[in-house]
Design a protein around this ligand. Structure first.
Ligand code: PA5
Length: 458
C-alpha cells in the first residue's frame, strides 16, 4: 500500500526540451541534501512541529476518546472554520467519510448568508454538534459563524444544554476563542504549538472531525509515519519521494518557466484533497520576500482540475495553450467500488468496446491518455500513484505533499509558514467592520474607496 511518485512524465526523455534532463535533477542533489539537513536540524531543535505530528500518538488517542464521547443523539458534526481550519477536515471526510453507517460531517467554510443560512435551516440543533475551529481564535468568518450558532443553540436548547452541542478547537493559551472557552466552559481540543492552519490536518483540527466520521485516524498517522520512515531510509535525497518531487517541481518552476502547477486527481474522492493542496502550495510558497528580506515574489500558482471531467473542459488549454504548466496527476490503481460495464451493443463498435471493462478501468485509461497527450506536446507531468484510497494511503499522500511543500520553500529560500499577505486583508476587513484598534485600516479602506473613479464603474 505504498504511494509512489512517478516523475517519468516530466523528464526530457518523455517530453523533450521542456522537461528535466536526468542530469539536471541529479545536479540538484547537493541542494536537496542541504534541505534535508536543514529540515532534520529544525526537527531536532523542535521548530518543525508539523513534521512530528504523525508521531504524537497520545494526542491521537485523546482525539479518539473525545470522538467516542460524542453521544448517540448526535447525527451530524458541523465544522465551523475557514482556510487551513476547514480544508484538511474536508479532504479527509470527502475521501474516507460518508460511508454507510458513518456519521455525517459537514464542513461549513462559507459565510455566504445563502449557504450558511440554508445549512442552519436544515439542521436539527438537538442532533447536531458544532466544532468551531480557529488557531488564532479570532478569524472574523469563523467567529461570525460561532456567534450565529451559539445564539441559535442557546435559544433552542437553553442555557445548560446548548454547551453540549459545541466543541472548540483552538490554541492552548492565546486568542479570544480560548478566553471564551475558559470563561464559558465549552469542551475543547488544542491545536499544537507551532502548527499553522494549512499544516494542521493531522492535529485535532482534522483528526477530530475525521474520527467522528468513523475514519481510522491511527491508520492515517501510520501512513504519514511510513512516509517519514521512507525518507529516513532513503540513501540519497533523490530517493526520498517528497524531496524528489520538490526538487523536480522547483526546477520546472525556476528554470523551465512553469509558474503554474495543476493538480489533477482522477478520483472524485480526492477532489477535496486537491483543494487542500492548492491552499497549502499557494499560501506556503507565494511570498514577496526571501529569508534574507530580499524581494523575490516567489510562488507557483496551483490549479485544481478533476479527471476525467476536466479533460472536456480545461485540458484543451493545457495541451495547446501557453506551455507554462506542469500537471501533477493523482491516480488510484484500485477504485474499490467496481462498477462493471455491461456487454451490450456488441455490433456497434463506437460503444461495444466498453463492455466487459469497469468504470475504474476507463477512468485510469483516461488518465494515461491525458499523460501521453500532454507528453506528445512537450507538456510535463508527474503522477502520484495510490494503490487505493484508504486511511493509510491518504495519510501518506498528505504528509508527502506537506513535506514537499516545505522542501520547495527551503529550496526557494522562503518561509513557508507565514502568510503576511492574508493577514493584511484580515486587518482591512476588521477595520471596515469597526473592530477597535483597526481605525487606521478603516481609514485606508475609505480612502481607497473614495479614489474610485465613477467613469470606470459602468
Ligand atoms: O493556513 C492558514 O494559516 C490559514 O489558512 C488559516 O488556517 C486561516 O486563515 C484560518 O485561521 P484560523 O485557524 O486562525 O481561524
Amino acid at each position: 500500500m505504498t504511494v509512489r511518485v512517478d516523475l517519468n512524465g516530466l523528464l526530457a526523455a518523455a517530453v523533450g526540451g521542456s522537461g528535466l534532463a536526468a542530469e539536471e535533477l541529479a545536479g540538484l542533489e547537493p541542494e536537496l541534501a542541504r534541505v534535508r539537513d536543514e529540515l532534520a536540524a529544525r526537527r531536532a531543535a523542535g521548530t518543525l512541529a508539523f513534521a512530528e505530528l504523525p508521531h504524537r500518538f497520545d494526542d491521537a488517542r485523546r482525539v479518539l476518546d473525545d470522538a467516542a464521547g460524542v453521544g448517540a443523539d448526535i447525527d451530524v458534526l458541523v465544522v465551523l472554520g475557514i482556510g487551513g481550519s476547514a480544508l484538511g477536515a474536508r479532504a479527509l471526510v470527502s475521501a474516507l467519510g460518508e460511508r454507510p453507517g458513518s456519521r455525517r460531517v459537514i464542513v461549513a467554510d462559507s459565510i455566504d448568508p445563502d449557504d450558511f443560512g440554508a445549512l442552519l435551516g436544515q439542521l436539527d440543533a438537538r442532533r447536531t454538534l458544532f466544532n468551531v475551529i480557529s488557531k488564532s481564535g479570532e478569524t472574523a468568518e469563523t467567529m461570525a459563524q460561532f456567534l450565529v450558532v451559539r445564539d441559535r443553540l442557546l435559544h433552542e436548547l437553553g442555557a445548560v444544554d446548548y454547551k453540549h452541542h459545541l466543541v472548540v478547537t483552538t490554541d492552548a493559551e492565546k486568542g479570544v476563542l480560548r478566553q471564551i472557552v475558559n470563561d464559558e466552559g465549552f469542551r475543547d481540543l488544542v491545536v499544537p504549538d507551532g502548527v499553522g492552519g494549512r499544516f494542521s490536518v493531522l492535529t485535532p483540527v482534522g483528526l477530530f472531525p475525521a474520527a467522528v466520521a468513523g475514519i481510522d485516524v491511527e491508520e492515517l498517522l501510520a501512513g504519514a509515519v511510513y512516509v517519514d520512515e521512507r525518507a529516513r531510509a532513503a540513501a540519497a535525497p533523490l530517493a526520498d519521494p517528497a524531496l524528489a518531487l520538490a526538487g523536480a517541481l522547483f526546477l520546472l518552476a525556476t528554470r523551465h518557466a512553469k509558474p503554474i502547477l495543476v493538480l489533477m486527481p482522477y478520483c472524485t474522492r480526492l477532489a477535496a484533497t486537491a483543494d487542500w493542496f492548492c491552499q497549502l502550495w499557494a499560501e506556503s510558497l507565494g511570498k514577496a520576500r526571501d529569508l534574507a528580506g530580499r524581494t523575490v515574489e516567489w510562488g507557483q500558482t496551483p490549479v485544481r482540475a478533476l479527471g476525467a471531467a476536466d479533460q472536456h473542459s480545461q485540458l484543451q488549454l493545457y495541451v495547446e495553450g501557453p506551455p507554462d504548466k506542469v500537471v501533477l496527476f493523482a491516480r488510484v490503481e484500485d477504485h474499490g467500488a467496481a462498477v462493471d460495464l455491461p456487454t451490450t451493443y456488441q455490433d456497434l463498435e463506437g460503444v461495444g468496446y466498453l463492455g466487459g471493462h469497469s468504470l475504474g478501468e476507463l477512468l485510469n485509461a483516461e488518465q494515461r491518455a491525458t499523460e501521453l497527450t500532454l507528453a506528445k506536446r512537450g507538456r510535463p507531468s508527474a503522477t502520484l500513484v495510490l494503490p487505493a484510497v484508504n486511511a493509510f494511503t491518504l495519510g501518506q499522500l498528505l504528509y508527502l505533499l506537506e513535506t514537499a511543500t516545505v522542501a520547495v520553500g527551503a529550496l526557494a529560500g522562503i518561509d513557508p509558514f507565514g502568510q503576511p499577505g492574508v493577514e493584511e486583508g484580515k486587518r482591512l476587513a476588521y477595520g471596515l467592520m469597526g473592530r477597535p484598534g483597526f481605525e487606521a485600516n478603516r481609514a485606508e479602506m475609505e480612502a481607497w474607496l473614495a479614489r474610485k473613479d465613477a467613469r470606470f464603474i459602468l
